[in-house]
Structures are given as structure tokens and as C-alpha cells.
Design a protein around this ligand. Structure first.
Ligand SMILES: NC(=O)c1ccc[n+]([C@@H]2O[C@H](COP(=O)([O-])OP(=O)(O)OC[C@H]3O[C@@H](n4cnc5c(N)ncnc54)[C@H](OP(=O)(O)O)[C@@H]3O)[C@@H](O)[C@H]2O)c1
Length: 253
């Protein structure tokens, strides 16, 4: 019975991932990461109304708060003794209000703290439980906006005011590679046992972009569902994927 945790699973792409995995991964227990259990009550009710028979449980986790991360690890350990899949989806970023240096420094520090540092810390904190699973897997929800190759072309990747966001996702992509290369080498054969991927959901209509994205969040969840439906060693660890216009394909770094 796989145990799956999706951070920020109460709305947006995280909720869509929870819904997609609930429909496609049999006998799963899906832990809906949320900053407050209250925020997950209604979304979980909706999943039950959709007739999805899998188990959905809220787990409180604020990824920028170390005590909250530790408490979440303890909750999962006490409840399940292992974690099969961690989907690092939660994230937020704001635009700076001005070019005042203090404002900019705070904005960049907060953005990187949430979108990079916290993703590293959450993953590290859950590694012991991922190691207890038969096949631990981590999906980093990244963005094609973090692809250096695509950002080289203004036609492929139109400029955005949110380029702090692009930089953070580029860093998250390297975090994915470093986890594969450095962290998951600690234990013999660990690279075969714990797999880590980066996934780009594409532009989705969520609160993140004031619902101005191109796709329904469920379409954005498809790439994560495909990665997690794959057989062991079928998709190499430390690779970056998207599902766009019907094609499940690698995103160039
Ligand atoms: N939307 C897009 O087009 C798009 C494209 C590419 C990548 N992404 C990525 O997809 C992920 C989800 O984005 P989204 O569009 O679904 O955004 P969203 O609708 O704004 O949802 C963000 C989720 O993250 C949670 N969250 C934010 N800060 C958190 C924190 N400190 N600790 C724990 N949870 C936190 C939110 O919880 P609350 O409900 O408590 O606020 C919410 O559940 C992000 O990593 C984003 O970068 C989005």
C-alpha cells in the first residue's frame, strides 16, 4: 500500500496531483499536505464526492517552518512507518513592490527560501522514511521556466517580471541532480532504491498566476502521474519531464 505525500495538496496543481494519483495509483494512502488541516477538509470532501475510493488524510506541513517539517515527519512515521512518494509541490513567490534594495533582498531571500531551500530541507527530512519504502520516489515540481536551454530563446520563453521564479526553478533543477549524485549515494545501491525527478506541470490556471494559466491543473498533474506510474528504472533518476500537447517528454536542462 503506497503512502504518498503531496505538499501544498489542498489547492491548485497539488490538489490536481492528489486527485490524479487517487484515481490512478491503486490502494494508495494519499497524504494531503496543507498549512492547516482546516484548508484540506473541503478538498478532501470533494475527492470523496467524486467517488475516489483511495484514502486521503490531511498532514499539516509548512515547508518554511522547521518545527512543522519535523512534526510532519513524525506524523507520517507514527502513522505509516515509511513514505513511498514525496511530491514537493508547495510553493509561493511574490513580486517585489519596488527596487529598494532591502525590499529586493527580502523578496529574493523569501522566494529562494520557499522554492529552493525548503524543498531541500523537506526532502532531507523525509529521506529516512523514503529509505524504509521498497522504492522511494521524489518528484520536484519545477517549471520549464527553470530550463536554461529554453530561456536562451525569447521566442520559446517570453520574458516575465517573475524572473526570480525562473532562477529558483533552475536552482531546484540542479538540486534534483545533486540529490541523485550526492545525497542518494550515501547508502550502497541507494541510487536504485530512491529515484528523484523534476517535473514541469506547464502553465496552469491556479491562484499562483491569478488563474491566467493556459491549462486545467489536472492536465498539469499528468506529468507527475506518468512518472509515478512508470516501472522501476524505466525512467532514469535525475531527469526532468513535462507532458505538453499529448507528449510525455524530457525538458532540456
Ligand atoms: N501554476 C502554474 O502555471 C505553474 C507552472 C509551473 C510550475 N508551477 C509550480 O507548481 C507548484 C504549485 O503551484 P500552484 O500553481 O498550484 O500554486 P497555488 O495554486 O498558489 O497553490 C500553492 C500551494 O502551495 C501551498 N504553499 C504555499 N506556501 C507554502 C508553505 N510555505 N508551506 C506549505 N505549503 C505552502 C499553498 O498552501 P495554502 O493554501 O496554505 O496557501 C497551496 O496549497 C509550485 O511549486 C509552482 O511553482 C506552477
Amino acid at each position: 500500500m503506497p503512502v504518498i505525500l503531496v505538499t501544498g495538496g489542498n489547492r491548485g496543481i497539488g490538489y490536481a496531483i492528489v486527485q490524479a494519483l487517487g484515481t490512478r495509483i491503486r490502494d494508495a494512502t494519499i497524504l494531503v499536505g496543507c498549512r492547516s488541516v482546516e484548508n484540506a477538509r473541503e478538498p478532501i470532501m470533494k475527492l470523496k464526492e467524486l467517488g475516489i475510493p483511495e484514502i486521503f488524510e490531511p498532514v499539516e506541513i509548512d515547508i518554511t517552518d522547521d518545527a512543522s517539517i519535523k512534526a510532519a515527519v513524525q506524523t507520517v512515521e507514527e502513522g505509516y512507518g515509511k513514505l513511498d512518494v514525496l511530491v514537493n509541490n508547495a510553493g509561493a513567490v511574490t513580486l517585489p513592490k519596488s527596487d529598494d534594495l532591502t525590499e529586493l533582498r527580502n523578496n529574493w531571500t523569501e522566494g529562494f527560501n520557499c522554492l529552493v531551500t525548503s524543498q531541500v530541507l523537506v526532502t532531507k527530512a523525509f529521506l529516512p522514511l523514503l529509505r524504509k519504502a521498497e522504492w522511494g520516489r521524489v518528484v520536484m515540481i519545477s517549471s520549464a521556466r527553470g530550463s536554461l536551454a529554453r530561456n536562451k530563446s525569447i521566442e520559446k520563453m517570453p520574458p516575465t517580471q517573475h524572473w526570480l521564479y525562473n532562477c529558483s526553478k533552475a536552482a531546484l533543477n540542479l538540486v534534483t541532480i545533486e540529490f541523485r549524485n550526492a545525497e542518494l549515494r550515501e547508502v550502497a545501491n541507494e541510487m536504485d532504491r530512491i529515484t528523484i525527478w523534476a517535473a514541469s506541470p506547464g502553465s496552469c490556471k491556479t491562484g499562483f498566476n491569478s488563474f491566467r494559466g493556459m491549462k486545467d491543473p489536472l492536465e498539469g498533474a499528468e506529468v507527475t502521474a506518468r512518472l509515478l506510474e512508470s516501472r522501476r528504472l524505466e525512467i532514469p533518476s535525475g531527469t526532468f519531464w513535462e507532458f505538453e500537447q499529448g507528449n510525455f517528454q524530457q525538458v532540456p536542462w
